[in-house]
Write a protein that binds this ligand. Sequence first.
Ligand code: ADP
Ligand code: MG
Length: 332
Amino acid sequence: MRGEPSRPGEFELIARHFRPLAAKYPGALDLGDDAALIEVRPGWRLVATADALIAGVHFLASDPPSDIARKMLRVNLSDLAAMGAEPLAYLMTLALPSDTDEAWIAAFAEGLAADQAQFAIVLAGGDTVATVGPLALSLTALGQVEPGTELRRNAGRAGDVVLVSGTLGDAALGLRVCRGELAGLAPELRALLVQRYRIPEPRLALGRALVRGRLARAALDVSDGLLADLGHICETSGLGAVVEAGRLPLSPAAQAALAGTPQLIGDALGGGDDYELLFTARPSWRGRLRAVQSHVGDLPITRIGIVTRDSRLTVRTAEGDRDLPAGFEHFR
Ligand code: ADP
Ligand code: MG
């Protein structure tokens, strides 16, 4: 992004760096036609989601370009996972300041190539434009799901248990490390937390297992923070929930951070960017839960609370219950 621009024209850039990302997808037409042709399995439904990222707002222009690319792809894949969809293809729009050099674009494309291979998704098209503003990126991910099996936010019921995948709070703690906090933590633990902030893991296998195993009633991915996102399930389902703080799944790195500073539990309750799946299920569906667990290997699935009839969100701690007002986005 620095120095004199050394960059070929738009068509040449697309041909060199983006066409290889579309090579395995016949419907991309080698990025050589006016639009892509997307095939969905007969009887399945197309699932579409988009996210935009602006330099200086969502990432720093100095961040590694491959990390920016991978995070952009992965947050969209997380939305597909949260719908229970299988990934198909993505479209990508780049608004590039004139000083973006080709090395930046090459590294950006390398990040995409690595994740395409890992998550079975391909580039199908997009747009590339010049901008007088900051670097701006937008990615639209397309997936497919059997109609009627989509994981929706609004399907929770009173008495459901609340379950979450993986561990919570790592990304928020990783952001603290990036800002120079948590200096007392061992370097390898700090690195793990930063990694979780920079490169989230979309829980695609879990999303598909939830659909096939008919386990989830309501589901979404935790992007804004556990309480805010559980709040979305509660609002759309017209219900409340009790979360037991002592049950929140914490990584060894997060446990080490909390051992020194117990208030950091707020990062597990309120911190964003974890991209775990949060869902509700009938408490009696133990067999279904075991079946789903068997499809996701080591990924833990933890019961952290219960859905209630009144529309309050309550955090239960050793010190007692704490009710959160509606719109608890600003907990922390
Ligand atoms: P138009 O002028 O009709 O919008 P473009 O010249 O912008 O067409 O794009 C030509 C082809 O290149 C299209 O197939 C488009 O999808 C593809 N393309 C352009 N930019 C990108 C990009 N950033 N990523 C992937 N494909 C792109
Ligand atoms: Mg165009």
